[in-house]
Design a protein. Structure first.
Length: 296
């Protein structure tokens, strides 16, 4: 991309003239992997890794693979196709079957481990079948301070996390992605739909479909950062809306709130509530003690 080098100069290591830019450090690191599959979710981090992999290794040595399941929004799956195409990446979409695993659908607090175990098992098999060297993911250095049971699964399969290896933070990734002209540099995080269901309440295709439809309603009204948390008490299905605080004033409009309430009840919710604390990513993890992760 024309002008990229100039845009990236301010991201030089240690701000010292003449040293590599952080992006050059990343592409140099990825060159050592030679031929890679990139686990591509369509988020900022995995897109950044995919772009760096293409720049480091060339299109013929990189394959973006997206895991599709009922826990992935259809809109997210379609966006991965557009994003991969926009930077010239080859992409393959595979179907993952984590919902068939009782360890996953019973929704323990390490549910993500079983999801990633299913994904990385399939990606590792694919890597071996097509004679690629490594599978890369988009885990970043900031993720190490969050609750990430899926990271343990990645270690079990020898998945490489170049953003962890080089200590790339989320802010740094967004800034360099912006400089590179990557269109989703400021995209909010969008974890799988299962993350909206409290631990201990089973994950089912019916619940996931309801959550997806409910979040489509919020999206249709222009909200940017939000979650619909799905609770079930007996036969009652409850939706708790988390809206970013800077968008809260809009949803408190009486007319709009009534419309949203009506639409979500048409989906099947008996009660629609608003969390006055606002949106908080990972809010269902607040009572989980974080393990110490070894990322050396």
């Amino acid at each position: 991309m024309a002008g990229t080098g100039a845009c990236l100069r301010k991201y030089r290591n240690n701000n010292q003239p003449g040293t590599m830019t952080r992006y050059e450090e990343l592409t140099g690191h990825i060159k050592s992997f030679k031929k890679v599959i990139v686990a591509f979710s369509g988020g900022v981090d995995s897109y950044f890794v995919l772009k760096a992999s293409l720049d480091a290794l060339g299109k013929e040595n990189v394959l973006a693979v997206t895991g599709d399941s009922p826990a992935l929004k259809q809109s997210e799956r379609e966006q991965t196709k557009k994003l991969a195409s926009s930077i010239g990446a080859n992409q393959k979409i595979i179907f993952t079957e984590e919902l068939n695993d009782p360890n996953y659908f019973n929704n323990p607090n390490n549910r993500c481990f079983f999801c990633k175990d299913e994904l990385y098992n399939k990606l590792t098999g694919m890597k071996n079948d097509i004679d690629y060297n490594f599978v890369l993911d988009g885990t970043n250095f900031d993720d190490m301070s969050d609750y990430r049971p899926g990271y343990k699964a990645s270690r079990n399969y020898g998945i490489q996390s170049p953003l962890v290896n080089l200590k790339f933070t989320k802010t740094e990734i967004r800034n360099i992605s912006h400089a590179l002209g990557l269109e989703i540099w400021n995209k909010p995080a969008s974890p799988c739909l299962s993350s909206r269901i409290p631990y201990g309440q089973q994950v089912t295709t019916e619940k996931l479909a309801m959550i997806e439809k409910a979040e489509e309603v919020l999206n249709s009204f222009g909200f940017i950062e939000y979650r619909v948390r799905h609770y079930e008490i007996g036969k009652n299905k409850q939706a708790k809306l988390e809206i970013a605080k800077n968008e809260m004033e809009r949803i408190l409009n009486t007319e709009l709130f009534s419309i949203i309430d009506e639409k979500l009840k048409a989906i099947g919710y008996n009660l629609v509530a608003l969390d006055l604390a606002g949106f908080k990513s990972g809010s269902l993890n607040v009572n989980i003690k974080l393990p110490i992760l070894n990322h050396n």
